[in-house]
Design a binder for this molecule. Sequence first.
Ligand SMILES: C[S@@+](CC[C@H](N)C(=O)[O-])C[C@H]1O[C@@H](n2cnc3c(N)ncnc32)[C@H](O)[C@@H]1O
Length: 501
Amino acid sequence: MSPQRPQRPSSPARRGPSRPRGRAGNAGRRRHEAVDEPAQRGPAEEIILAVGAPAHGGHCVARPADDPTGRVVFVRHALPGETVRAAMTEKNAKIWRADAVEILTPSPDRVDSVWPQAGPGGVGGGELAHVALPAQRTWKRWVLADCLRRIGGPATAQAVAALEEAGSSGSIVVEPLASEAAAEASGQAREARLAGTGTRTRVSLTVGPDGRPGMHGFRSGTVQPLDRLPLAVAAIEEIGLLESSRWRKHYRPGMRVEAVAPSIGEPLVLLDDRVLTSQAHATGRRRVEEAVDASGLGLGELRYSLHAEGFWQIHRDAPVTLVDRVVRAALGQEPSAAGTGGDGAKALGGARGKRVMELYSGAGLFTLPLAMLIDGGELCAIEGSSQAVGDARRNLHGLGSVRLSTGRVTARSVTQAGQAMGKAPDVVVLDPPRQGAGREVIGALAGLAPERIVLVACDPAALARDLAVLLDNRYELAAMSALDMFPHTHHFETIAVLERR
Ligand SMILES: C[S@@+](CC[C@H](N)C(=O)[O-])C[C@H]1O[C@@H](n2cnc3c(N)ncnc32)[C@H](O)[C@@H]1O
């Protein structure tokens, strides 16, 4: 997706110069107000930009249209190939940033935003809502390839390009999750247009000074009130957190409002530390129950119980997809991260008796199916949150040979856990937070010399860094897949499988 290689999706093309319609245009004007903080600064400087390739972080690399050799500007709310009028939002010696506020030459991939309040000058967290969903995945594919090349270095980029799944393009396709794939394949224009909305089972808001809940403006401390939550599942929209007077009376400026819609039972709402039902009644319930279909692994439905505020994969299809991919990648005979379906139980026939280490294990999303499949083997997991470890203990109750430790994942704790296992683990699964595991942890992990490592990454820059260290430490890349787990944002998830040389 670039001026040279524009993608042509099935989305309706917008012809001729146009302002982003409706609220996006208004949001553009609002942006000037945001830029004006403090108020005496005057209107934002505007600039005409020729927009180039997407870059990590949800923006594109652009240059002034009348000076293509000029300064690079990171522009949001634009698309590769467009010419836009942009309002500068940050300009200093290091970086220039801008928001596209008028689209002079629209890309065929531009659509009416599914979340105008996340448009120019709006809240963060929906920065690709103006991009057709297939083109969002192309955007992310480019960003992944760019991070692997720039941050991982030539050896990392070559290792990825050599994978069968990278195909002739040499890059990894970012796949839709089941809901989006079904909506896009439905043949229904409305369903396809709204694909990727209504998928988030967790939503986090802040109450603004006026008592209305909203989200922070992008790179701003100001809470902007919201009038819709288009990315949230219907069960959260229906609670009426934004408009209902029954909620307003509970709100105080600065309060955090978290809505949690588990796959089993009623949603819960957390107001700072208080837990309320979806009807705004106080409740002693602090836990939610989640069901994950692991029949593809021959395990049927898995049940999890966790604290409502605990970490859980946010897209409604993410737990089932990740469990299937990660467990197959860890315990399958073939080191594939790419495929789902097929006879999981057969593919996992060799799992019994395996020795597994899991880092950053949360409430046990992967730990439970791994422990069930290695029957007679050994599993050692490390997780930093004691609450999550308590949840995992409960979820794994009765499964033998599992050691769940609370503590930071560090080079030392990884080495000690390896020593405690006695013999090198057969496989290590790690799902670190956004910043990745880091050079030292990865180095210690490589020092344990497991046959296989499954690295789950939600940030392509961190993935590239961690991967480069593994490739330098006697591991080779065996498989990689990428999943569009955060539609309408720039985020996505990657699973890399490495084998010891
Ligand atoms: C991306 S989540 C993955 C959890 C689990 N795999 C899942 O999918 O539900 C990352 C987990 O790492 C934990 N964590 C973050 N930093 C950590 C650290 N330095 N040491 C140990 N755990 C950490 C968090 O508490 C969180 O549970």
